[in-house]
Ligand binder design. Structure first.
Ligand code: FES
Length: 267
């Protein structure tokens, strides 16, 4: 593991060479170092420890600061670009300070079919903020995210990375009420830096992801506006039978070659 020194973090988080900031972050690294070492030792390749280490920094700071990205790169000895591309790929990592509750409803096709559009509108109305925004009191941040792999309990969401299933407008109101009252079972996030009203993801390509083909701005929530989602809904309108369960053919993948069941013996 690379030696991580306080001097490596001068001004990284604040954009200045603020000595107090530098000291604060150095203390965080020292505090996390034993746990990082324990995690890294579990893997043959230190690079495999990247996600858990990012989580350690995020839990400590409430977000993954630029200084934390750099520290992770040094701890596992990979280029900063590897850490940045990993952290920016997952909506599990917050690259800006966020609210005490990070609300991430799913905007994937299964959730949309089960009414997520209505619930997303409900969230926006109740919170008074939109996609990638934080309430002025710093309590809630809101981000509509891609499929959370819990399609069987759609519409669903993550709150501070914990799953909440089978959303209804009523369950959302109850949950927000508990969060405001401080009685919610999901713990509030650590908040070491005040969040801004919005966090904008700078991107040159003009498109958010391969799936968001009709979404021109990287900060546009997309969702039902995605071409792939629209195509799917059109197909379901034409043929509602598509929604009925039917047997599927199991697929084996061997050496990168897909083999349909029943045909496996021939190969
Ligand atoms: S589409 Fe929402 S969890 Fe899969």
């Amino acid at each position: 593991m690379s030696d991580v020194r306080a001097a490596d973090y001068v001004g990284f988080e604040t954009g200045t060479d603020d000595a107090a900031e530098r000291e604060r972050f150095a203390a965080i690294v020292e505090h996390l170092r034993p746990e990082c070492e324990r995690v890294i030792a579990q893997y043959e390749d230190a690079r495999s420890a990247l996600l858990p280490i990012l989580h350690l920094f995020q839990n400590e700071q409430g977000w993954v600061s630029p200084a934390a990205l750099r520290a992770c790169a040094q701890l596992i000895d990979v280029p900063l670009s590897v850490v940045e591309s990993t952290a920016s790929f997952y909506t599990l990592f917050f690259r800006r300070p966020v609210g005490r509750y990070m609300l991430q409803p799913c905007r994937g096709v299964a959730c949309i079919i089960r009414g997520a559009e209505e619930q997303m509108a409900h969230f926006r109305e109740r919170l008074g903020i939109g996609h990638l925004e934080t309430t002025d009191d710093g309590l809630f941040s809101y981000e509509e995210v891609e499929c959370l792999a819990a399609c069987d309990r759609a519409p669903c969401m993550q709150v501070n990375l914990e799953f909440v299933y089978d959303l209804t407008n009523e369950s959302i109101d109850a949950m927000l009420g508990e969060m405001r009252a401080g009685t919610c079972a999901i713990a509030r996030r650590t908040q070491t830096s005040p969040p801004r009203r919005t966090w904008i993801i700078q991107q040159d390509s003009g498109k958010k992801s391969a799936g968001a083909q009709d979404v021109l701005s990287p900060d546009d929530p997309g969702g039902i506006g995605d071409r792939s989602g629209k195509d799917m809904l059109r197909r379901i309108e034409r043929d509602p039978e598509l929604l009925l369960a039917r047997p599927t053919r199991e697929r084996l993948v061997r050496d990168g070659v897909a083999i349909l069941d029943g045909e496996a013996e021939k190969h």
